[in-house]
Structures are given as C-alpha cells and as structure tokens.
Write a protein that binds this ligand. Sequence first.
Ligand SMILES: [Zn+2]
Length: 158
Amino acid sequence: MPDQECLICSMEESDPESRVFADDLWAAEVAPGFEVPGWFFLRTRRHAEKLTGLDGAETETFGRHAHDLVSAVERVTGSPAVYLLSFGENYRHFHALVAARGDQVPAGTRGWGLIGLLPEGRDLPAAQALAGKVRTAYEEILRGRERAGGRVSGPKSG
Ligand SMILES: [Zn+2]
C-alpha cells in the first residue's frame, strides 16, 4: 500500500497526460507542484527511501532509465543542459528531478538557481504538452535499442 502522506507515491495516480513512462520498477511524470515545462520526476514505483534504499534490481536499472529520460528530454527541448538532481530531503521516497535548462534561462538562474524558476515557471498545460513529446521520444529510444539488439544506441543526429 502506498504511504498516503507521500507525494511521490501519490504520483501512481498521475494524469496520463503527465506521464512519460511507467514500467515495473520506474516511472517518470510531471510532478504535482513542480509543473515547470521540461521538469520531470524519475521515481521508483514502490516506496523506497533514499538512493541507498533501492534494491538490487532498482540500483542496476537506475542509470539506464536516467540516461533514456535525459536523452528524450534533450531531443525534445534541444536544451544545452538537462539537470539530474536528487536531494531526498523533503520527500524521502527516491526520485530525481530531471530538468531541462533552456537558452532563455538567465545566467543567474542556472545551476542551483534553476529551482528559483519554480514559483513563476509552473504551467501545467505546457508541461503536459511537453510530456507528450518526451513520451514519444522515450518510446523511440526504447524501440531503437530493441532494434540494435539491446545495445546502447547513440544520440540521433539531425
Ligand atoms: Zn512513497
């Protein structure tokens, strides 16, 4: 049973429009309260606390999922930087914020400062529209790897 107090567990009930993917162990969605276009939470499906709370299968697959999600966000947004952040402080349930940092973000709001975009940057319809594009790109990445016989495919050119 999910912990009713846990925001990350509550994402099991995410609007399908907010979802990039969900498989047996991992899911990624636009997170409630963090609906900045290009921001997604990559999270474990079960309530596992902190990176060190992941089991063997989750630990082994985290890198693959982070790589695929960041690749999909890069492809769709063309952002020069896509951040991967995990604090594990306010929400102990393991998750990582994957956040595109576009060219339009001023120098003072890059790096740690990006979180400062949250109050004015939330836009649910735009975040969900982008999630749909990232979902398509993510599915293409998985299909590309299947065609390559399980090998890691490089970034698509052009
Ligand atoms: Zn949880």
